[in-house]
Design a protein around this ligand. Structure first.
Ligand code: GTP
Ligand code: MG
Length: 263
């Protein structure tokens, strides 16, 4: 598609404006269309944008599809990890390879149109913030989303807010942008391999006194979710409790230190 387009990021050392990291596990049905939309956006922009898809042992055609797109679009690259460890592990690996001023990470099912990206970077600049996260607006999920799935999502969102992230109204929306240099050290401290990666990262970002801004976004629901309700709910709840416990321990330690120094 864009042999003549400047080559952001990957092949010739040009630093992109943003690296977009897309975790993708068995996404053969969705990743092709998503990359097409991103490439349309990239071609319409002056700034260089690099797109890095991270597949960790997908057993379908995901990697083949992305490799084919990457062969003719130098702004696209795939990172193939041998072991299947989860979305968080894939994001951590992808983000560590990102270059440029900003990193955006978003889902392979294109939860929102790419052209929302400049709104996020402008907001980061205007508000002197380091992280901008999409938060789902109050619109009800479509009927195609099973009731049990949307109920589990609502309960989980509430638990996250009460236990770990009172400052954030929606940690799980699949579109986030951050200042790479400021946030990379925080990403380096994260440990969660699964879907709760976002929660751990946002808690650590806030604990590091970095600023998070929220951007209300209308999300598009597409069929083909990678979430397995029971299995993933159990793992996500376990990870949430781990993050809550670790954050509690850190807070108690900080109080202890403050108290000892005051005495
Ligand atoms: N690399 C990698 N990506 C994953 C893994 N699990 C999920 N993902 C990706 O994480 C993103 C979010 O997954 P979705 O299936 O859209 O789940 P969701 O957005 O939380 O929920 P939905 O509302 O059902 O879309 C997608 O890009 C998935 O391909 C994994 O184990 N490895
Ligand atoms: Mg999704």
């Amino acid at each position: 598609m864009s042999e003549t387009h400047p080559t952001p990021g990957f092949s010739d050392g040009v630093e992109p404006w943003v690296t977009v990291v897309i975790p993708a596990y068995n996404e053969e049905k969705r990743i092709g269309a998503t990359l097409r939309r991103w490439l349309e956006f990239v071609e319409a922009r002056e700034q260089d944008i690099a797109i890095l898809v991270v597949s960790d042992g997908s057993s379908d055609a995901t990697a083949r599809i992305v490799r084919r797109v990457a062969a003719t679009n130098r702004c696209v690259q795939i990172l193939e990890l041998p072991d299947h460890r989860g979305k968080g592990a894939a994001l951590r690996a992808g983000i560590s390879k990102a270059t440029g001023r900003y990193v955006c990470y978003t889902d392979a099912d294109l939860p929102t149109e790419p052209d929302i990206l400049p709104t996020f970077t402008t907001l980061l600049e205007d508000r002197h913030a380091e992280v901008a996260i999409a938060v789902r607006t109050g619109s009800r999920p479509p009927l195609s989303v099973p009731f049990a799935r949307s109920a589990a999502s609502t309960v989980y969102r509430w638990l996250v807010n009460k236990l770990v992230l009172p400052e954030v109204s929606d940690s799980q929306c699949g579109f986030k942008v951050f200042e790479r240099r400021k946030v990379i050290p925080v990403v380096g401290t994260s440990r969660i391999d699964g879907f709760a990666f976002d929660i751990e990262l946002l808690r650590a970002v806030l604990d590091a006194q970095l600023r998070v801004v929220e951007v209300p976004v209308e999300i598009v629901h597409r069929p083909g979710s990678s979430v397995q309700l029971w299995r993933d709910s159990i793992v996500m709840t376990r990870d949430l409790l781990r993050i809550a416990a670790a954050s509690g321990v850190r807070r108690v330690r900080a109080w202890g230190l403050k108290w000892a120094n005051a005495g």
